[in-house]
Design a protein around this ligand. Structure first.
Ligand code: NAD
Ligand code: WQD
Length: 361
């Protein structure tokens, strides 16, 4: 299939592009660059062994999107494009509503007008808020605890309404738990701008000496060691789930919503110790107060993904830490790092009218 990957230059999208290409699909990326570097492209092309097109397009730009849909006959869209920082969303809710919700609406309209009726959407376990019980099943109550979470819930609902209204439309909502890790090559990974919000990239930056110590938000939760418990999932397993979901959606001709997690809860301290084993260094930390809005324990019941897609996570926490550490050690400054292994290949001209290749090549 020929797939439009919105937000494909970002962390999860870039890993999914590799898996799509490995499974024989043709990939075209649309990304505004708001949270990505064009330097991912030569590395992606190296991994894929073929040219990939990146179009610097903001989903809210209907003209640019239409030009893409006209230039390519897409079979389906994978929609990763969103702002994702919870704290930032509390400070700038309108920016999040506009980028994530308006962006999704413009994309859905462009898809409908172009006759493209297959969508895989990046949702999040954030739609469960503070779940009443764990493991969390897909039929658990949905709850909004911050503006970012609202954008994910609203987008799921908009997509659901469109599927009801347009009998041709099919969508897969994938509710990710806590994606971590990196491609085993160390060429692509998570590259947060500024101070990381999430645990794993913070640990990585402490391990590489960019930050002095990790602050652990609370050790008085009712969990195994008092620290927060989450369901960390290797990004390569997550990438594979997208392609499985896409292929299942097309084959079974149906819409669905699934959790993507391992089903295993891991505490902050357990993750810290696993990372110490992976990198062979101590991770200095201090215990500080709880972070407002954090739940004690959130982990998935991934049974439905197994039943529908035949998918389950394969990488354990040690593999997640090993691969996250390899990426960080090879690229201490993320994509700003220069590695000799990532030589840019020859450029290819964009075929889409009105869209242009990222200029930073
Ligand atoms: P990311 O920021 O690395 O990737 C998102 C990409 O989308 C970036 O490359 C960004 O430049 C692009 N983008 C954002 N707004 C855009 C717009 N309006 N038009 C075009 N491109 C735009 O984030 P990620 O971690 O790869 O997350 C991907 C998706 O998964 C997001 O939708 C996020 O909400 C969701 N998600 C992420 C996590 C997580 O912990 N990483 C967990 C659950 C869900
Ligand atoms: C994990 C654990 C923290 C940082 C977030 C979003 C969610 C989804 C995934 C997008 C918690 C603790 C963290 C630190 C710490 N994203 N922690 N020190 O909060 O489970 O989920 O990312 O959809 O919507 O809310 O992930 O990595 O921030 O935290 O002690 O410096 O690590 O308290 O227990 P979270 P996280």
């Amino acid at each position: 299939m020929r797939i439009l990957v919105c937000g494909g230059a970002g962390y999860i999208g870039s890993h999914t592009c590799v898996t799509l290409a490995e499974r024989g699909h043709q990939v075209v990326i649309a990304d505004s660059g708001v949270n990505s570097s064009p330097r991912v492209m030569p590395r992606l092309q190296r991994l894929v062994g073929a040219p990939l097109s990146l179009h610097r397009v903001d989903l809210r730009d209907r003209t640019a999107l239409d030009a893409l849909f006209t230039a390519y006959r897409f079979d389906a869209v994978l929609h990763f494009a969103a702002l994702k920082a919870v704290g930032d969303s509390c400070r700038r809710p309108l920016e999040y509503f506009d980028n994530n919700i308006s962006g999704t609406i413009v994309l859905l309209r462009a898809m409908q007008d172009a006759g493209v009726h297959r969508l895989v959407f990046s949702s999040s376990a954030t739609v469960y808020g503070e779940p009443a019980q764990v493991p969390v099943r897909e039929d658990a109550g949905l709850q909004v605890t911050n503006p970012y979470g609202r954008t994910k819930l609203v987008a799921e609902q908009l997509i659901g309404d469109l599927c009801q209204a347009d009998p041709a439309f099919r969508a897969a909502n994938l509710r990710y738990f806590n994606p971590v890790g990196a491609h085993a090559s160390g060429l692509i990974g998570e590259d947060p701008a500024g101070e990381p919000n999430n645990l794993m990239p913070y640990i990585c930056q402490v391990a590489v000496g960019q930050r002095e110590r990790l602050r652990i938000f609370g050790d008085d939760y009712p969990t195994i060691d008092g620290t927060g418990v989450r369901d960390y999932i290797h990004v390569v397993d997550l990438a594979r789930a997208h392609v499985d979901a896409l292929e299942y959606m097309v084959r079974a001709d149906r819409s669905f919503t699934v959790n993507l997690g391992t089903g295993r809860g891991v505490s902050v301290l357990e993750l810290v110790h696993a990372f110490e084993r992976a990198c062979g260094r101590r991770i200095p930390y201090e215990i500080v107060g709880r972070r407002p809005g954090d739940a004690a324990a959130v982990y998935a019941d991934p049974t439905l993904a197994q039943q529908l897609l035949g998918w389950q996570a394969e990488h354990d926490v040690d593999a997640m830490c090993r691969d996250a550490w390899r990426w960080q050690a090879m690229n201490p400054q993320g994509y700003r790092s220069t590695t000799r292994r990532a030589t840019p290949p020859r450029l290819r001209r964009s075929r889409a009218v009105g869209a242009r290749l990222a200029d930073a090549y």
